[in-house]
Design a protein around this ligand. Structure first.
Ligand SMILES: [Zn+2]
Length: 410
């Protein structure tokens, strides 16, 4: 919890993270990078704030240390969008400015592979926080998993690839404004057609710091090129991740902007958790050896994709975007990586229907009232049919036993 925060002197952080002479081992470096970016002094890295600029400068410095070339003579590339800056009501619908941070390995090639991760987060949580809405108290949202983890992986991969002989130029892009709605990546794809038109594939890392003990790794966009699944399967012989595939190129992160330009995309994600978009998404909760494992896997993937003559793009079928509207919610976080029967509960909010009814983390919901719940989709559909204050029976499986309890919506 970061309700009461103190500011570490930046000079201390700078000394500890940038002025390195002796090489740091990759795992320690991942820790340093996540702890720096997710420190309270950066105040949640919201686009347009001082914390975002400190983060951008840090990323540029890391690129320089690794030896990446700057892009068009600069690592920082300003973007601007009209929006509502919640820190200042007088700026409503004024321009908000931030920076994408771009570095690359120049292999004198005509084609590129882009590896991306957004570095902005929710600041004090005025917009998009799941904390503020429940507690009505502002707090710093450090976004260690979302997405200091992905940015640290970016450095890891850049470091591993920089001295290799490769067929593509490899771009490393830390995006800003993702949390506002993919601002940084959209700005780039709209305004830099010379870079985009020569890009063969884009790999996005957004929330890769919470690998669980079952090694579950979600990979979205696998349907955007026929090359992807065979390559991923081949490379997984050793690390043995338990993959959860989703074919669609459209998802809630920056790869979507590239997919819409007909570029094959992959998005890596270690799964949803109860600290998502809350002040408790902190560096102490990162699984650093898991983060290293994911980073190393993506390094191998890039090396493999780099050898391919052409990475063919295929459009994916979008799931029916029938917009769902719910009259009720249960106040729980589903386990999006669970692929068994039913809907598995990954977390519960205090004083909400699910917790009040006695549901526990790990329960698998299989029935609500008369509706059988076989999947996440069934669960979402079911939510559409109930009314506030209605009481229903909910059946869950806990320790292999079915239990049914009464649940009252709020
Ligand atoms: Zn994110």
């Amino acid at each position: 919890m970061k309700l009461f925060y103190f500011i570490l002197p930046l000079s201390f952080l700078t000394l500890n993270s940038c002025k390195e002479n002796k090489p740091t081992n990759p795992l320690d470096q991942l820790k340093k990078d996540v702890y720096y970016l997710a420190n309270d002094s950066l105040e949640g890295r919201e686009i347009g704030t001082k914390g975002e600029k400190i983060a951008a400068d840090y990323i540029a410095k890391r690129y320089e240390t690794i030896g990446l070339s700057s892009y068009n003579n600069s690592y920082l590339h300003q973007i601007e969008r009209k929006g509502n800056n919640p820190h200042d009501s007088s700026t409503y619908e004024k321009l908000i400015k931030g920076n994408n941070v771009i570095g690359f390995i120049d292999n004198k090639s005509k084609s590129n592979i882009i590896i991306g991760a957004h570095y902005d987060h929710l600041g004090w949580g005025e917009e998009g926080s799941l904390h503020l809405s429940e507690n009505n108290i502002k707090a710093i949202h450090n976004g260690a998993d979302d997405n200091a983890s992905g940015v640290s992986a970016l450095f890891y991969i850049a470091n591993k690839l920089k001295d290799k002989k490769l067929n593509h130029n490899i771009y490393f892009i830390a995006f800003t404004g993702e949390e506002k709605g993919l601002w940084g990546s959209k700005y780039l794809t709209i305004n830099d057609s010379s870079l985009i038109s020569k890009t063969d594939a884009m790999i996005n890392m957004d929330m890769v710091g919470r690998l669980d003990s079952n090694n579950r790794l979600a990979i979205y966009g696998v349907g955007t090129s026929p090359s992807f699944i065979p390559t991923l399967e081949k490379l997984n012989e050793k690390p043995k991740f338990s993959f959860k595939y989703d074919s669609s190129g459209i998802g809630p992160s920056d790869h979507t902007s590239f997919y819409l330009e007909n570029i094959p995309v992959l998005h890596f994600f270690t799964g949803q958790h109860e600290d998502y978009h809350k002040p408790t998404d902190d560096a102490e909760k990162i699984n650093f050896s898991g983060l290293e494992k994911v980073s190393s896997f993506i390094t191998d993937l890039v090396l493999d994709l780099d050898k391919k003559e052409k990475i063919v793009f295929t459009k994916t079928k979008e799931k029916k975007t029938k917009s769902r509207s719910f009259n009720v919610t249960l106040g729980l976080i589903p386990d999006y990586l669970y692929d068994g029967k039913g809907m598995k509960v990954d977390g519960l909010k205090d004083d909400r229907p699910a917790k009040n009814a006695g549901l526990e983390k790990g329960d698998v919901v299989v029935k609500m009232d008369t509706i059988t719940i076989n999947s996440m989709n069934d669960y979402m559909d079911a939510l559409g049919v109930f009314e506030p204050e209605q009481t229903i029976e909910i059946t869950v499986i806990r320790n292999n036993k079915e239990r049914t309890q009464q649940l009252t919506f709020d």
